[in-house]
Structures are given as structure tokens and as C-alpha cells.
Design a protein around this ligand. Structure first.
Ligand SMILES: *[C@@H]1O[C@H](CO)[C@@H](O)[C@H](O)[C@H]1NC(C)=O
Ligand SMILES: *[C@@H]1O[C@H](CO)[C@@H](O)[C@H](O)[C@H]1NC(C)=O
Ligand SMILES: *[C@@H]1O[C@H](CO)[C@@H](O)[C@H](O)[C@H]1NC(C)=O
Ligand SMILES: *[C@@H]1O[C@H](CO)[C@@H](O)[C@H](O)[C@H]1NC(C)=O
Ligand SMILES: *[C@@H]1O[C@H](CO)[C@@H](O)[C@H](O)[C@H]1NC(C)=O
Ligand SMILES: *[C@@H]1O[C@H](CO)[C@@H](O)[C@H](O)[C@H]1NC(C)=O
Ligand SMILES: *[C@@H]1O[C@H](CO)[C@@H](O)[C@H](O)[C@H]1NC(C)=O
Ligand SMILES: *[C@@H]1O[C@H](CO)[C@@H](O)[C@H](O)[C@H]1NC(C)=O
Ligand SMILES: CC(=O)N[C@H]1CO[C@H](CO)[C@@H](O)[C@@H]1O
Length: 700
């Protein structure tokens, strides 16, 4: 029934867009798989996000994915990248979505477009443009008219753009699948009666756009027909109960290849054996579409990372941040893909049966009437290798493994046995910036109440004040201290993420939250002058939140400010304060060549200082090796190369093992000129730039 309905929609599309030349066939599906040009397909897909690498890198990254046995490249669409200001669109450079899809097409691969437009994805604000926050009455991601209006508008714009470029498979293009919304079921209950109608509306709205290819909703068990509900997670092989209709295929949209890193998050990697086990089990249990999230993670350039996420993204994926093959992960999965592909025929056209071979051992067999047969022998035992009898032959099944038998006799691949050799990342020190004469510095201005123009008599919320134009928000007060005691205690409560407190221009303390809990307090004894004192508190965000219900009402920044001295407690929470969005250096764009001289830079004195900009110039290292800037000597801040931000850094935030989350920061070759490249570093803490080096990154 669903299939016919879908077929009908497709027919309608052909009539409506009759002007479009329909070269390829349509994409549809049945209970087995997606059907492309009338053919059932078993597909491996890999997530690669166009803005997380550069257009210069796309061809080689996509080619390496193809070589690794990937058939489909999946990407989100990044709304706030494309429409940073309402009605002003950007599809240039790293935002060239059409160029990226065309590159996928040029290499003969399919594309899967996750439009969202809410995407989460460890991307700033989950992809939503911040201007939505100021739309009256808006509540994101539920049955709310203003939100639906803008969501439909953007979704339509993207779909129309794809149609006008002939990029859907129904038009001969590479896009075979689209996604609307993202893991909505996780938040649906929080919206009560505003949730379910939104799911229906989103599905109908998307289907109504008539792309000629199916839509999916991930982690959405009740995805309305004909939208396909798909699985996200690390263990879809075991956990996915299947699609919500026998006529929909089993699709796994996010099979995490590792975990993304965030400040304060436990660090763990995922072994190639574990990924291969889950993927083989998913296919054994009817799966015909598996996507790796991420196949290449890349870089959160600029301020695109979400709250507390690191600048590198899924560096542990089969292709690393720089686009290098990571072994044995890449190679083990390539062999897995080949083994599974050699079972395609029985998988796609046979009937599946399952039999127990032991207590925690089972066989999944796909068989055709004509005799072709493929088997997946599974051992779920965590420890024991078990010998089982299958069709009169005995097989030794390693613990936690799937053995793949493309002919039901010979083992072509065992997910637990890695035959590929490891490689490792090689870092060789390139250019050093260890001479203090190379550097100039500019200490940013610490504003006082008198110097601010934005005033409020209660503490302003951070995000709604900066509108995400900067990470930084100054809260300034003039505090009258009458006590003869020259000290008091300053107590600050912040909802996130970082605070640097200055009294009369001197840093008196810093504190921060973390990925798990962005809230924190800062309590410091401060020196005070008798009479008037300038209190300047710098609140810093490390990316906007990207998840959870009611994102529009999340808060950050200072919530309470009190000063305690022997006699009294003075509460500055509801007290006249002055505000400044951003730092002076940001406002004057001193990280750009043309505007760099708008402030008075001084020769670097080699002394440590807080809230200081450093700049130098350098010639590009010869050749086309990949480059990473070693910021191991710095604390926290942001870096620009020729005016382009290569991201935030936070080297002083250590893992439980006592090492930085990220020391090297990718400098794409395309950001560089042969000579005279401008490097500008904004340091909030007191790191010394003399330890910075531009290193050469390669693999063995
Ligand atoms: C919808 O998008 C179009 C551009 O595609 C724009 O001209 C129009 O103003 C938008 N409408 C709303 C309500 O945002
Ligand atoms: C796979 O699909 C077949 C046919 O729909 C069904 O009988 C079988 O139970 C499914 N397998 C699993 C593990 O759900
Ligand atoms: C297994 O062996 C039995 C008896 O030897 C035989 O009847 C049966 O056909 C064999 N099965 C297969 C799959 O070879
Ligand atoms: C090779 O890599 C795997 C996981 O990626 C790891 O478990 C193993 O210890 C490595 N082997 C060597 C010799 O480094
Ligand atoms: C956000 O700021 C705007 C002014 O830009 C103000 O009108 C609005 O009330 C603020 N909203 C919240 C929730 O504070
Ligand atoms: C406070 O700042 C003002 C400028 O706004 C300055 O004139 C004054 O000297 C400062 N007070 C102290 C104690 O630093
Ligand atoms: C600040 O004022 C608000 C009302 O505007 C009140 O709810 C809040 O309790 C006050 N906070 C303090 C710390 O006085
Ligand atoms: C800054 O350094 C340059 C050489 O690197 C020197 O020529 C110049 O005089 C210095 N300026 C000051 C103010 O010391
Ligand atoms: C289904 C599944 O595997 N979910 C896991 C996904 O990954 C997150 C962390 O990234 C885990 O918390 C979930 O258990």
C-alpha cells in the first residue's frame, strides 16, 4: 500500500515538473531495500559534511570514501551557514552545497541529504540561525506556526535548489534519499500535544515537496508513511526493532564510528572490530543501508562547533580530520563491505531465516529458491570462542564476531579478525615561532561601566545579548566600597560557559563549566579600593547548545553577582550594569590584513598576559603536506590565518589523563598564500606564543 502511494506521488511529480528531463529512474523502496532505477540496492553510506573540510579537499576525501567501499555520501544541510542573516543566503566556498553534491556525482556515488533543518550534529545551535530566536512567539521544533513557516521556507529553498540543479535521482542526479527533522523522538514528549502534529506536518510538508526520492526520519518510530523511520546509534545491529511497516527497508542512518570529542566528555574510541560486528549483524538482520557517522569528521572551523565541542570532529573516523586514511579502521571496513557485497544477491532477493547454533550463537541465512545462499554466523559471547556446527561443517566463531559466508560454506570475512596493518599519524615540527621578535601583541581593552553604552538594571542573558555575533560578553559594574577592609569576596554564578573576572583592570579569577554541566560558580577574594571600583566580568561561550527541547529558552552567562565583605553582602544581580558585546579586537577585525592596523600593536615582550592578541607573518612551507598548528603552549582562545578562523582552541582544558583534548589545529592549504601569511592568535589566558609551531601532518 505504502509503495503504491509512493509510486503515485512519483507520478504526480513527473507531471508537475514535466520541464525537468528525467534521465534516471525514480527511487522507491520495498521491505527489502531502496529501489533505484528498478533495482534493489545494498548500500554503504558515509557522512562527510561539506563545511567541515574545504572544497579543495572534497575530491580526495570523496575518492577515498569510494575506495573504501562507500556507495553513498551523506551530509546534513547547515541552515545557519546558509542563512546567517534572515533572507541573506550564502552558498559559496565551504557552503557550496551544490558543488559538493556535484563532486559526489562526478565520482559516481549517490548522495543522501539530511535537510533537517534542525540537525544537532555538534554544530552551533544545531544548525538553526540565531535570528529565529527573535521571532515573536516562536517555539522551535513543534506545532508552532512561526517555526513551521521558517522551517518550510528553508526546506523548500534547499529542495528547489536541488531540483533546479537536477540533483535528485528522479532527475538523473545523485540524491537518492532525504531526511526531514533529526532524532525528534528524543524530545517529542517534552512538547506534549505540540509534538505528534509536528511530526505529521513535517512528513507531509517534506513529501509535498515532491523530490521523487524517499524521505526518512531517524530515531522516529512513528514516522508517518511514506517516510521511512531509521535507526541511529552504535548498536543498531542489535537494538533496532525494525521499520514501522513491513514495506519499509531497514536503514541505519548513524552508526557512530567513534565519538565526537567535547571538553569534559570521556574520551573513547571505537574499535574497527566493534563497528564491523554491528554492521554485519545489522545486515544479517535485514539491514540494507548502513551509514557511518562520521566517515570523515573534519574541522569545526570558526565558531561553528556547538557548546564545548572541540574544533576537530570525529578525528578517529575511517578518514581522519586531515582526510588521511586511518588504519586499520578504513581497511577493515573496506574488507567488510566487499564481503557483504559478495552476498548481495541472496540478501536482496532471498528469504531470511535464523537458527540458533548455541546459547549465544546464531546463524542468519539468506537463501534463494535457485540455490544461492549466504550466511552470517554470529557469536555474541563476549569472551569465549565457540565451535559450532553449521550445515555439517564446523566453524570456530571468535568472541563478539560475525563470520560472513557468501556461499554458506566458506568464511570470507570475520569481523573480529583484523588483517589490515595499523598506521599512525606522524607529526614533524615545521616552522617554529620561537623568536619573540617575530611577534607583536595587543592587549584588548577591559571596558568599565562608563565605557559601555548598553545598559540594564538586571543581568542580561548571554546569547540573547550577543545574538551570537561573538563568543564574548562583558558585564561591567561600578562598585562603591565603603568598608575600611581592603578585601572582599566576589561570588559569581554563571549558566555557562567561561568567566574571567577583572577588578580595576586586573584579572582576579577565571572559572568554567564543561560539556556535562555548563553551570559553575566563581568565588574569589578580591582587592578593593576604598570608594569606586571597576568590576568587569567577561562571559565567554564555547559554541551555542545544539540539542534538547526548547532550545530557544536556554540561558547562558551570569545569573548572580554578589560581593561579600565583613559587614555586608551587596547583590549586583538587579543593579545597573553596562554591557559590551565582543572584544575590541573582534569589532575592529584586527585578525584581517586590511584592518589589522586599526589598533596599536606593540613589540612582544615575552611576558605572559591575559586577554591578548598576538600576530606574526610566515611563508607557507613548501609542498602540499597537510599542516597543523601546534598550540600546546597556549591556553584558550581563537586563531585566524589570513583572516579565516581555523577555530577555537582550549589547550588548558585537560582530559582526566591530564592531556589537552586537542593540541594541533588544521590549517588547510587553501587558506595559505606562498608568502606573508598573517597569523593572529587571541589568547584569553596567559599562554606564550613562543611555543607555537606549524607542523607537518602525515601518516606512516
Ligand atoms: C521565504 O524565503 C524567500 C526566499 O526563498 C524569501 O524571499 C521570503 O521572504 C521568505 N519568507 C519568510 C516568511 O521568511
Ligand atoms: C527480516 O525480515 C523477514 C521478512 O520480513 C522477517 O521474517 C524476519 O523476522 C526479519 N528478521 C529480523 C531479525 O527481524
Ligand atoms: C548433512 O549431513 C546429513 C547426513 O550426513 C545429510 O543428510 C545432509 O544432507 C547434510 N546437509 C548438508 C547441508 O550438507
Ligand atoms: C592497531 O589498532 C588497533 C585498533 O585500532 C589496536 O587495538 C591495536 O592495539 C593496534 N596495534 C598495534 C600493533 O599498534
Ligand atoms: C532578547 O532581546 C531582545 C532585544 O534584542 C528583547 O526584546 C527580548 O525581550 C529578549 N528576549 C529574552 C527572552 O530575553
Ligand atoms: C574606573 O574606570 C574609570 C574609567 O571608566 C577610570 O577613570 C577610573 O580611574 C577607574 N577606577 C579605578 C579604581 O581603576
Ligand atoms: C532580581 O529581580 C527579579 C525581578 O526583576 C527577582 O525575581 C529576583 O529575585 C531578583 N534577584 C535578586 C538576587 O535580588
Ligand atoms: C620593535 O621591534 C623592531 C624590530 O623587530 C624594532 O625595529 C623597533 O624599534 C621596535 N620598536 C620598539 C618600540 O621597541
Ligand atoms: C543506540 C546506541 O548505541 N546509543 C548510543 C549512542 O551513543 C551515545 C553516546 O554517543 C550513547 O550514549 C548511546 O547509548
Amino acid at each position: 500500500m505504502e509503495i503504491r502511494l509512493f509510486g503515485l506521488l512519483v507520478l504526480v511529480l513527473l507531471v508537475v515538473v514535466a520541464s525537468v528531463v528525467v534521465e534516471g529512474g525514480d527511487v522507491s523502496y520495498d521491505g527489502r531495500s531502496l529501489i533505484i532505477q528498478g533495482q534493489r540496492k545494498l548500500l554503504f553510506s558515509g557522512s562527510i559534511h561539506y563545511p567541515r573540510s574545504t572544497p579543495e579537499m572534497w575530491p580526495s576525501v570523496i575518492a577515498k570514501a569510494k575506495e573504501g567501499g562507500i556507495d553513498v555520501i551523506q551530509t546534513y544541510v547547515f541552515w545557519n551557514l546558509h542563512e546567517p542573516i534572515q533572507g541573506q543566503y550564502d552558498f559559496s566556498g565551504r557552503a557550496d552545497l551544490v558543488g559538493f553534491i556535484k563532486e559526489i556525482q562526478a565520482q559516481g556515488l549517490y548522495a543522501s541529504l539530511r535537510v533537517g533543518p534542525f540537525i544537532e550534529g555538534e554544530w552551533n545551535y544545531g544548525g538553526l540561525p540565531f535570528w529565529l530566536h527573535d521571532v515573536p512567539g516562536i517555539v522551535y521544533r513543534c506545532d508552532n506556526e512561526p517555526f513551521k513557516l521558517y522551517m518550510q521556507n528553508f526546506t523548500t529553498k534547499i529542495v528547489d535548489m536541488m531540483i533546479s540543479e537536477n540533483l535528485y535521482a528522479s532527475q538523473g542526479g545523485p540524491i537518492i534519499l532525504s531526511q526531514i527533522e533529526n532524532e525528534y523522538q528524543l524530545v517529542e514528549d517534552a512538547f506534549h500535544e505540540k509534538g505528534p502534529p509536528y511530526v505529521k506536518w513535517a512528513a507531509q510538508m517534506a513529501v509535498g515537496l515532491q523530490t521523487g526520492v524517499p524521505w526518512m526520519m531517524c530515531k522516529q518510530d512513528d514516522a508517518p508513511d511514506p517516510v521511512i523511520n531509521t535507526c541511529n546509534g552504535m548498536k543498531c545491529g542489535e537494538s533496532f526493532p525494525g521499520p514501522n511497516s513491513p514495506n519499509k527497508p531497514w536503514i541505519w542512518t548513524e552508526n557512530w564510528t567513534s565519538r565526537y570529542q567535547a571538553y569534559g566528555k570521556e574520551q573513547d574510541t571505537r574499535s574497527p572490530q566493534d563497528i564491523a560486528f554491528q554492521v554485519a549483524l545489522f545486515v544479517a538482520r535485514n539491514g540494507t543501508f548502513v551509514n557511518y557517522y562520521m566517515y570523515q569528521g573534519g574541522t569545526n572551523f570558526g565558531r561553528t562547533a556547538s557548546a564545548f565541542s572541540t574544533t576537530n570532529y570525529y578525528d578517529d573516523a575511517p578518514l581522519d580530520e586531515y582526510g588521511f586514511i586511518r588504519q586499520p579502521k578504513w581497511g577493515h571496513l573496506k574488507e567488510l563491505h566487499a564481503a557483504i557485497k559478495s552476498c548481495s544477491y541472496p540478501i536482496l532477493f532471498g528469504t531470511q531465516s535464523m537458527l540458533y547454533l548455541g546459547e549465544r550463537q546464531m546463524g542468519y541465512i539468506y537463501q534463494r529458491n535457485s540455490g544461492e545462499c549466504a550466511a552470517f554466523l554470529v557469536n555474541k559471547d563476549d569472551i569465549k570462542t565457540v565451535v559450532v556446527l553449521f550445515q555439517n561443517s564446523s566453524y570456530e566463531l571468535t568472541s563478539n564476531s560475525v563470520s560472513i559466508l557468501p556461499d554458506c560454506k566458506n568464511v570470507a570475512f570475520n569481523t573480529a579478525k583484523v588483517s589490515v596493518q595499523n598506521n599512525t599519524r606522524l607529526i614533524t615540527t615545521g616552522k617554529k615561532f620561537n623568536d619573540f621578535e617575530m611577534w607583536e601583541e595587543f592587549r584588548d581593552i577591559i571596558p568599565t561601566l562608563a565605557e559601555t553604552s548598553l545598559r540594564s538594571d538586571k543581568l542580561l542573558e548571554h546569547m540573547n545579548t550577543t545574538k551570537d555575533m561573538s563568543d564574548y560578553l562583558w558585564y561591567t559594574f561600578s562598585y562603591q566600597h565603603e568598608s575600611s577592609n581592603s578585601e572582599a569576596v566576589l561570588k559569581l554564578n554563571s549558566a555557562g560557559h567561561v568567566l574571567h573576572a577583572f577588578v580595576n583592570g586586573v584579572l582576579v579569577g577565571s572559572a568554567h563549566g564543561n560539556h556535562k554541566n555548563s553551570r559553575f560558580t566563581l568565588e574569589n577574594t578580591i582587592p578593593l579600593n576604598k570608594g569606586s571600583n571597576n568590576i568587569s566580568l567577561l562571559s565567554v561561550m564555547v559554541g551555542l547548545p545544539d540539542s534538547g527541547a526548547y532550545l530557544e529558552s536556554k540561558v547562558a552567562g551570569l545569573r548572580r553577582v554578589t560581593i561579600h565583605d565583613v559587614q555586608s553582602v551587596k547583590d549586583l544581580t538587579n543593579y545597573s550594569g553596562g554591557y559590551q558585546v565582543g572584544l575590541l579586537g573582534e569589532k575592529l577585525q584586527i585578525y584581517m590584513e586590511q584592518t589589522s592596523s586599526k589598533v596599536q600593536w606593540r613589540n612582544f615582550t615575552s611576558s605572559r598576559n591575559d586577554l591578548t592578541w598576538y600576530k606574526t607573518t610566515f611563508d607557507a612551507p613548501a609542498g602540499d603536506d597537510s599542516l597543523g598548528l601546534n598550540l600546546g603552549s597556549m591556553g584558550k582562545g581563537e586563531v585566524w590565518v589570513n583572516g579565516q578562523s581555523i577555530g577555537r582552541y582550549w589547550v588548558s582544558f585537560l582530559t582526566p589523563q591530564g592531556t589537552p583534548y586537542q593540541t594541533w589545529y588544521h590549517v588547510p592549504r587553501s587558506f595559505l598564500k606562498p608568502i606573508d601569511n598573517l597569523l593572529v592568535v587571541l589568547e584569553e589566558e596567559n599562554g606564550l606564543p613562543l611555543g607555537i609551531s606549524l607542523d607537518i601532518i602525515s601518516t606512516t
